[in-house]
Each structure stands twice: as structure tokens, then as C-alpha cells.
Design a binder for this molecule. Structure first.
Ligand SMILES: Cc1ncc(COP(=O)(O)OP(=O)(O)O)c(N)n1
Ligand SMILES: Cc1ncsc1CCOP(=O)(O)O
Ligand SMILES: [Mg+2]
Length: 510
């Protein structure tokens, strides 16, 4: 058995493993940093001068090393978290352990402080002596971070108390924090006033990503920050890109909060949530809730092979550009493709979509979706019935269905669809003989539907705002073909449409 590599303290931050930093405000005055270092290699170094923790860590490393030397054994991605203990077990090291376990990742721990707390409040904090933890904590740690994930209060504290009141303020703050050295900055806007969504800004030094999820009304929100950071670390350890890891982590926390809305732990004003929801619920509805996020319908790019050919680009380049421009879900609608070619394109596009955390659906062809393990399908009223598609695809895949009437919308719900595509809203040349429903028809379908709805048909930058302003909460976005793909620059057009939709969202909220 190979022995574990425990490097001396000085080399703690000297290797290239990713580092996650979550500043946490222990109290109004004290500012502590929790960090998680990520690695899927067995030679994780640990610099904290705690012999007890080093021994524990070494024992775990030994196990990991022997497993990794034997190809027949399973490799388990590994996260190291350094954080405080929350005796209430909702946040801190306990939340990190649960979040990593829930995401299928092994988590080693170094404890920096022990707190006495419950759902009513924090009664006491006892810091582990400084020389038990790495001396580099703060100035040296920040520039080494793969990502830092401060909330608004913490962002403000890191930036000399600047005010953060809008999403634009968050963007500016993310840029300033990025200048301090971390490779990525996720400013979490959960406390932003006047926002019905939880809006986070991810900045990677080049691009800003505005990540939205519905605000879950619940008292059980203790430990969300720790869990989000740990989940990001877990996804990175599995090999996902930063953007994908952040998106998955956000969806995980959102789903866990929603699942835990009604649980009661403790009598205080803020309770913990249930991290291991997945183990506890096998219900079909629950599994689908995890797999599909209705907010992904925000900017739905639907491909058309004819259009992309005409403009001389491959389907993969078209999909890449749409995602870069802000598409939140992609459908491959390749009406004329041979099955083999369609499957090959679908596999290539799936790789691109997965690396960005964007779901990929296949139009009409359940067989192609199954063969490439796409995220789901979109079917029409004369395609394979939703109920049959559901049986073939199983509970976790996304199924969308086209509906023009309240009756069809009701049936879609009964049959187990995840969302409705309603249209054509306006006339279009993309689909022949397609009757239009207009904005009134769209509103009627939305109001009758228990499912989220995406509008389709003749929608582009000139009218997307009118569509979103019909003001029905379950209308989640627009699906577009020609406005993105029958244009010279897919990236520019997608960006423009994204801006318009984001502005429409803001104006609807106010
Ligand atoms: C999001 C979305 N909505 C509606 C459709 C139309 O599907 P369908 O009625 O099956 O027509 P075709 O696209 O197959 O011609 C869609 N594709 N996507
Ligand atoms: C597939 C489909 N279903 C209803 S309208 C339509 C075509 C949408 O294309 P475009 O966005 O170019 O109008
Ligand atoms: Mg169809």
C-alpha cells in the first residue's frame, strides 16, 4: 500500500488544486474565512499544525490511496473543508459534510472553531488556537482561491463597507473582488432588496453570469451558504467546470430548501434544512423537481439545421455561440437530419451543454435522446404521446409538450410533462401551417396550466418584451429559432435577446 503524501505546512497552498473560499461573518466585528480545497488526487497536502487532524486525514488518505491504485475499485472525488463546527449541525463543517455526502463526494475536515448554537442563535464561539490552522489564512489565501462565494454583507465587509443595492452594484463588487486575486467570484444576492428571485453574479475575470433561482419562502435556511460552497467544491472535484459546478450547486440548494420548507427542527426563527433529501424521497414528482428547473426556460434556443447550413456554421458552433450568449436550455430540432448524423451531433452538443450546465433536449426523437442520454425531449401533439415518452425515458428526464389550448395544457400535466411550449404566438416562416394563438391565447394557456410555460413562434428582440409582459407567473421564457440562428452572429443576437429578457424580468418585478 502506498503511503499518503502529507506535505509540510509551507506547501499548503503551493499546488494547483482548486480552493473555495466562503467568508462567513462569525459576528458583526469578527470576520472568519472558511475554505475548501478540492482535489481528485490522493496526494492532498494539509498544512494545519493539528496532529489529531493530520492523523485522521492520513488514515483517510491511506484508504483513498489504496483504492486509487487498484483499477477495479471506484475513485471517489475528495474535498477538504476547513471550517467551524456548528453544534446545531445546520451550517459549518456539519453542513459541508452533509452537502458533500449528498453530492457523492468524500469530505475531510479541519475544524477552526467550535460554536455553541441552535436555531435561536449563537451562544458562544471558541476558536481553535491559531497555530492549529494554516498561518496563511487571509491575505495569502484569497489569491489562491478558485472561487470565493461571499453574500452581500460579506462582500461589503471585504470592500470597506460599500453599499450593495442592485444587481449592477453586485457586478461592480465582483470585479473589485476579482482584482484581489481569486479566479472566480460568486457574489450571492439572496439579501438583495426588491428581488423576487435569488440572483447571484458569477464573474470569471472575463464574463459575468447572472444566475437566478426562485426565492424559496422558508424558515429553514440556516447553512445555505456553507452548503452551496461545499456543493460547488463537490462538483469541481467530480471534474465539472466552474460554471456548471455553480449552477448545479445553486439548483441543489434550491431543491433542498424547497423540499425542507415544512420540516421542524428546533424552536428558533431560523432552522436547518435537510441535505440528504435525495435519499429520503423516491417519489416521481420529487425526482423530476430535481432534474428540471423551470427557470431554465428563460432563453430557450431551438436549432434549425437549414438555417445554420445557410450561414455556413456547424450545429456545434451554433450551440456553443448560443450558450455563450446566454441561452439557458437548448433543443436540437434537426428535421432533415439522418439518424446517424443527428445522433453524432447530439452527442457533440451534449458535451458542450454539459460543460456549461445547460440542459439539452431533443425534438421529436425519443430514440436519439435515449441513445445519447440527453436531458430530455420536446414533443408535439402529433408526436409520441407524453405518457409513452415518460415510460421510455423514466422519471428524471425532462419532457416538454406543445399546447395551444387549456385542455391540452391540462392533459400535459396529467401525462407527466415538465413544461409546455405554447405557440405559435406570432406568425413564423420556420414552421409551416402553424396556426397562431397570439398573446391572448398564450395568456389563456398559461393561466390554465399547472406547468411552467415557454412561448414560441415569431419571437425575437422586437417583441420578446411584449411576450414576457403578459405578466403571468408561470410564463418562464421564450423559445426562439430564426431570431438566433437565421442571423449572421448567433452570439450577438443571443446576448441582445438575453438583455431584453432580463430587463423585462426586472420591470415585471417592479
Ligand atoms: C419549446 C418548443 N415548443 C414548441 C415546439 C413545437 O413542437 P411540435 O409541435 O412538435 O413541432 P415541431 O417542432 O416538431 O415541428 C418546439 N419544438 N419547442
Ligand atoms: C417550432 C415551432 N413551434 C411553434 S412555432 C415554431 C417555430 C418557431 O420558430 P421561430 O422562432 O423562427 O419563429
Ligand atoms: Mg414535434
Amino acid at each position: 500500500m502506498a503511503s499518503p503524501t502529507i506535505l509540510p505546512p509551507s506547501s499548503l497552498f503551493a499546488n494547483k488544486n482548486c480552493l473555495i473560499l466562503t467568508p462567513t461573518l462569525a459576528s458583526a466585528k469578527e470576520f472568519t474565512i472558511k475554505y475548501s480545497r478540492v482535489s481528485n488526487s490522493p496526494s492532498i497536502s494539509l498544512g494545519a499544525r493539528s496532529s489529531i487532524q493530520l492523523q485522521t486525514f492520513a488514515a483517510m488518505q491511506e484508504k483513498g490511496t489504496s483504492a486509487l491504485n487498484d483499477d477495479s475499485k471506484m475513485k471517489i472525488p475528495h474535498v477538504l473543508t476547513v471550517a467551524g463546527s456548528d453544534s446545531g449541525a445546520g451550517a459549518g463543517i456539519q453542513a459541508d459534510l452533509k452537502a458533500c455526502a449528498a453530492r457523492g463526494v468524500y469530505c475531510s475536515t479541519v475544524i477552526t472553531a467550535v460554536t455553541a448554537q441552535n436555531t435561536v442563535g449563537v451562544q458562544g464561539v471558541s476558536n481553535v488556537p491559531e497555530d492549529f490552522v494554516a498561518e496563511q489564512l487571509r491575505e495569502e489565501l484569497l489569491p489562491m482561491a478558485g472561487i470565493i462565494t461571499p453574500n452581500l454583507k460579506e462582500t461589503s465587509a471585504l470592500l470597506d463597507g460599500i453599499k450593495l443595492e442592485t444587481v449592477d452594484d453586485m457586478r461592480s463588487a465582483a470585479r473589485l473582488l476579482h482584482n484581489m486575486g481569486p479566479k472566480n467570484v460568486l457574489v450571492k444576492g439572496g439579501d438583495l432588496p426588491d428581488s423576487s428571485d435569488a440572483v447571484d453574479i458569477l464573474f470569471d475575470g472575463d464574463n459575468f453570469y447572472e444566475l437566478r433561482s426562485p426565492r424559496i419562502k422558508s424558515r429553514n435556511t440556516h447553512g445555505t451558504g456553507c452548503s452551496l460552497a461545499s456543493c460547488i467544491a463537490a462538483e469541481l472535484a467530480k471534474g465539472y467546470s466552474m460554471l456548471s459546478a455553480v449552477k448545479v450547486a445553486k439548483r441543489y440548494v434550491e431543491t433542498a430548501l424547497d423540499y425542507s420548507k415544512d420540516i421542524v427542527i428546533g424552536g428558533g426563527p431560523q432552522g436547518p434544512f435537510d441535505h440528504l433529501l435525495r435519499l429520503k424521497s423516491n417519489s416521481r414528482d420529487f425526482q423530476r423537481l430535481q432534474a428540471f428547473n423551470p427557470n431554465d426556460l428563460f432563453l430557450y434556443a431551438v436549432t434549425d439545421s437549414g438555417m445554420n447550413k445557410r450561414w455556413g456554421r456547424s450545429i456545434t458552433d451554433a450551440v456553443k455561440a448560443a450558450i455563450e450568449g446566454g441561452a439557458t436550455i437548448v433543443q436540437l430540432r434537426e428535421k432533415d437530419a439522418e439518424t446517424r448524423d443527428f445522433l453524432e451531433s447530439a452527442r457533440a452538443c451534449l458535451k458542450i451543454c454539459q460543460s456549461h450546465g445547460v440542459p439539452l433536449l431533443i425534438n421529436d426523437r425519443i430514440d436519439v435522446a435515449l441513445a445519447c442520454n440527453a436531458d430530455g425531449v420536446h414533443v408535439g401533439q402529433s408526436d409520441m404521446p407524453v405518457r409513452v415518452a415518460r415510460t421510455l425515458l423514466g422519471p428524471e428526464k425532462i419532457i416538454g409538450v406543445s399546447c395551444k389550448t387549456p385542455e391540452q395544457a391540462h392533459q400535459a400535466w396529467v401525462d407527466g410533462a415538465d413544461y409546455i411550449g405554447c405557440g405559435g404566438v406570432f406568425p413564423t416562416n420556420t414552421k409551416e401551417n402553424n396556426t397562431t394563438v397570439g398573446l391572448d391565447g398564450l395568456k389563456t394557456v398559461c393561466m390554465a396550466s399547472k406547468l411552467p410555460v415557454v412561448a414560441i413562434g415569431g419571437i425575437g428582440i422586437s417583441n420578446a418584451r411584449d411576450v414576457m409582459e403578459i405578466g403571468v407567473p408561470n410564463l418562464k421564457g421564450v423559445a426562439v429559432v430564426s431570431a438566433l440562428f437565421d442571423r449572421q452572429c448567433v452570439l450577438t443576437e443571443t446576448r441582445k435577446l438575453h438583455t431584453i429578457l432580463s430587463e423585462a424580468n426586472v420591470s415585471i418585478l417592479h
